[in-house]
Write a new protein. Structure first.
Length: 197
């Protein structure tokens, strides 16, 4: 048996030893990053938001690219559950007639999100698609990093988007990289209501 094979779990048998590390402790808050080129980053974030809300947490969502003119399934579910929800973007940049307006909207979304974090009234704040305006230089990365690092100790964050910057993954407690194996878009299928939005 090779050394690598010895490290590979036996997928035909259920585990009989607890895989969790010893000495587990609790944390007042966590930073979770969902990144990568695969589908599911925002969906996973909204699943966490619903879970937190079910536990009685005040939850807020700030979306950086999706427009408030869009009616998404996430927003339709969030409002009846009492999740504070802001879609402050201008939509897909390739549809934009004025990228300077999109940039201004992103800065306004960040200003609002920063206030939410600093106020500490929400135990969970989701920043959906924040990596895009960060990577485009539309919002100040140093300000975002400092706000997230110095947040009130009880405020957890979920941050989504492709190409999460290194400082963000370093700051995070949990980083999941979604990898695309296949996507309906690749075969010419448009986004499906109920699955994609």
């Amino acid at each position: 048996m090779t050394e690598h094979a010895a490290d590979t779990p036996d997928l035909e048998s259920p585990p009989t030893e607890d895989p969790r590390p010893s000495g587990l402790r609790t944390a007042r808050s966590l930073v979770v990053v969902n990144t990568g080129d695969g589908k599911g980053k925002s969906s996973a974030a909204f699943g966490t938001a619903i879970r937190a809300r079910a536990r009685g947490w005040p939850v807020a969502v700030v979306q950086f690219l999706k427009s408030d003119d869009w009616v998404t399934g996430e927003q339709l579910m969030a409002e009846p559950l009492g999740i504070d929800f802001w879609s402050l973007g201008e939509g897909f940049t390739w549809d934009s007639e004025d990228l300077t307006r999109d940039e201004a909207e992103a800065r306004e979304a960040w200003r609002h999100g920063k206030e939410l974090v600093s106020a500490g009234e929400h135990r969970l704040v989701v920043f959906d698609e924040i990596t895009y305006p960060l990577n485009w230089g539309w919002i100040d990365a140093a300000d975002v990093e400092a706000t997230f690092r110095d947040r009130p100790s009880h405020v957890s964050l979920v941050l989504t988007g492709r190409d999460a910057p290194e400082w963000m993954t370093d700051l995070a407690d949990t980083v999941t990289e979604m990898r695309k194996a296949k996507h309906a878009y690749d075969s010419g299928i448009a986004a499906k209501k109920g699955i994609d939005y």
